[in-house]
Design a protein around this ligand. Structure first.
Ligand SMILES: [Zn+2]
Length: 333
């Protein structure tokens, strides 16, 4: 097992995937063409997304998202994203959905988008054998007031399919405690919680997310490695890290996979999982992430098996869904 193609057959669970960020560029171009929207400047000569750094990446991301307007667009996006994931061996995916982009945080509109996304997801489950669940994310740089509106959409649609709430966007905007009200509301609605931290922010950003938002999972969290006491706390408390090595390398947080702290965190007892974040932006797939980790650290089937078990335990879906997934992992079906 050394090539991405070999790793594609390995059944995978992905916990950290931004729905719009997973949009294949050819899908966005096609949609822009149909709508006669000029997206010039966001693609390079090879047709990939083009950006300079993280903040520019956010701009390109939002520009690409501009063509996704209607529930039908989101249904088509869902199909395109799940096809890509399934081709990489993903049997279960938790995708970040933003009522900010789906209906401007209006609850009635959000329900229409959600209905369209779920229909497409149900179809993909039947046809491709991939199960999807949604985690609603507020966008940090849109501020705490808008986050409250997003949290209301999350709480009102919480259930067996919308199973989590989180926060994404520019980690340097505001503090986690500014968003505590939204997280409290979603916890009371039965949603499980995750927050992006320790990607652009240092160890303190992770401590703040744990203390102020009381999340069970951290999106990224890799910069915990700069504070070994925090690493030990993560291990002791069983906090799950949704690690996206390819994203961190593509955005320049680490120069290459070998320098990425995922292996050190794992060796010190932290529960790490592997995801792609916004795969086409980073020229990544789940199979490529596995290949890179195998090449950098010699991770083999046994290690990937442990990572997958960790992801299964940490998944925000219900027990019946976990049981079904566990059976598929056992039989590698
Ligand atoms: Zn992310």
């Amino acid at each position: 097992m050394t090539e991405a193609a070999d790793f594609a057959a390995f059944p995978k669970l992905e916990l950290h995937l931004h729905h719009e960020g997973a949009a294949p560029p050819e899908f966005i171009r096609r949609l822009a063409g149909e709508k006669k929207v000029d997206l010039g400047g966001i693609f390079d000569e090879q047709g990939h997304y083009a950006y300079e750094d993280f903040w520019h990446f956010l701009k390109v991301y939002e520009a690409a998202t501009e063509v996704l307007k209607t529930p039908e667009d989101y249904a088509r996006l869902t199909t395109a994203v799940l096809e890509e994931s399934a081709a990489s061996g993903v049997i279960y995916t938790e995708t970040f959905l933003s009522p900010d982009f789906c209906g401007g945080r209006d609850l009635g509109a959000w329900k229409e988008y959600l209905h369209a996304i779920r229909e497409a997801a149900d179809r993909a489950e039947r046809d491709l054998g991939i199960t999807m669940r949604g985690i609603i994310t507020c966008i940090r740089h849109f501020g705490p007031d808008k986050a409250r509106e997003t949290a209301r959409c999350a709480a009102e649609t919480a259930g067996d399919w919308i199973t989590g709430f989180g926060i994404a966007g520019d980690e340097k905007a505001g503090k986690p405690k500014d968003f505590a009200w939204s997280f409290d509301m979603c916890r009371e609605a039965g949603l499980q919680l995750t927050a992006h931290a320790g990607e652009w922010g240092g160890p303190q950003s992770i401590k703040d997310a744990l203390d102020d938002l009381k999340v069970s999972r951290i999106g990224h969290g890799v910069r915990a490695i700069e504070d070994l006491e925090l690493v030990d706390r993560l291990a002791e408390e069983g906090i799950i890290l949704e690690v996206c090595p390819g994203s961190n390398v593509a955005l320049g947080i680490y120069p290459n996979t070998r320098c990425h702290p995922i292996e050190m965190l794992r060796e010190r007892g932290v529960k790490v999982t592997v995801s792609t974040d916004d795969p086409p932006f980073f020229h990544s797939t789940m199979a490529k992430e596995y290949e890179a980790l195998h090449n950098a650290f010699g991770w083999d089937e046994e290690v990937f098996g442990q990572i997958t078990q960790t992801a299964l335990e940490a998944a925000f879906c219900d027990a019946a869904t976990k049981e079904k997934l566990a059976k598929r992992l056992e039989t590698r079906a």
